[in-house]
Design a protein around this ligand. Structure first.
Ligand code: HEC
Ligand SMILES: [Cu+2]
Length: 310
């Protein structure tokens, strides 16, 4: 993006930001120049072809097919091009690379609660390193919110009862605004925060200084034991329940046909609504845990299940 145009956009602080801005700029230029052309022609023609005598009549015009085709087909092609361009960016925006740093986000009227896998929790503030892909796994404990960081050009609704996710890679250290972009009640406008992008070494130091906390998967292990999940789930399949080892990212066959890849959303659903999808070969004997655990505990539980490997 050339220097002279950057005043038009907020700071570009993620890998996707320049791509979004180029597309946006193209849209402004295309629609702006067409609007300008139309308004100029309206003005010029209304002066040039104004009625000069009271008995003057306009000619009767039937239409001209090549011209009609020209101004239908050309804009169509331009807009299909823009659609494809936007599609490519959208695809990139929604497919995180491998090896992301995962952060759990819980939206709540009216604050952002964030947690690192290593354990540290933050409120309305998130520390991350520059130059690393970060994936946010987000949910809300009440109404719909939206996680919006203008400098990264990312915005994603955060919904109660399920995970939505988005990823980004910050390019330069600094402090960036975090907003809630979905009206969520009286103090919506105060549901704001800061993303603190640090140099890699600084981030390493920061996360080590939070050592007092334990990793999410360890807290999750405690929740697992406290809720008695281990009475049915052990390291091997038993008649009481399937083993949860290696379940994450595995293709699970379901009762009644079909299968599903066990991602975070599936694990979450299995705990809150176990009757919705039954693992092949089992009955619906698992009780629901809806209302018994907070979103934070659920996140920790899921990290624990993800860590179970043979
Ligand atoms: C009474 C026994 C029982 C208890 C207690 C129980 N489960 Fe289950 N669980 C099952 C059975 C049976 C299934 C397979 C049928 C189904 O999908 O509902 C299952 C399935 C699951 C699955 C899906 C596994 C897969 O292979 O796709 C997950 C995840 C899970 N349980 C997690 C938990 C967690 C976490 C707890 C504790 C909060 C828990 N379960 C408590 C019996 C139990
Ligand atoms: Cu909100």
């Amino acid at each position: 993006m050339p220097e002279w145009i950057t005043w038009l956009f907020p700071d570009q602080a993620s890998t996707i930001a320049p791509k979004v801005d180029w597309l946006y700029l193209a849209l402004i230029l295309v629609t702006g120049s067409v609007a300008l052309l139309i308004f100029t022609l309206i003005t010029v023609y209304s002066i040039r072809y104004r009625r000069r005598r009271i008995d003057q009549r306009g000619a009767h015009i039937e239409g001209f097919v090549p011209l009609e085709l020209f101004w239908a087909v050309i804009p169509f092609l331009i807009f299909m091009g823009i659609f494809a361009w936007g599609g490519v960016i959208y695809y990139e925006r929604s497919s995180p690379p491998k090896g992301t740093i995962d952060i759990y986000v819980v939206g709540k009227q009216w604050m952002w609660k964030l947690q690192h896998l290593e354990g540290p929790r933050e409120i309305n503030q998130l520390h991350i390193p520059a130059g690393y892909p970060v994936r946010l796994l987000m949910t809300s404990q009440d109404v719909i919110h939206s996680f919006y960081v203008p400098a990264f050009r990312i915005k994603q609704d955060v919904l109660p009862g399920r995970y939505t996710s988005q990823w980004f890679q910050a390019t330069k250290p600094g402090r960036y605004h975090l907003f809630c972009a979905e009206y969520c009640g009286t103090e919506h406008s105060r549901m704001i925060g800061t993303i603190e992008v640090m140099r890699q070494e600084d981030f390493q130091q920061w996360i080590e200084a939070q050592r007092a906390t334990q990793p999410m998967k360890s807290s999750g292990k405690e929740v697992f034991a406290r809720l008695g999940c281990d009475s049915c789930h052990s390291s091997t399949d038993t008649p009481l329940g399937p083993s949860l080892h290696n379940v994450y990212q595995r293709k699970t066959s379901l009762k009644g046909g079909g299968s599903i890849v066990a991602d975070e959303s599936y694990l979450r659903e299995s705990i809150l609504n176990p009757a919705d999808r039954i693992v092949h070969g089992y009955q619906s004997t698992m009780p629901t845990y809806r209302g018994q655990i907070s979103d934070e505990q659920l996140n920790e539980l899921i990290e624990y299940i993800k860590s179970l490997k043979r």
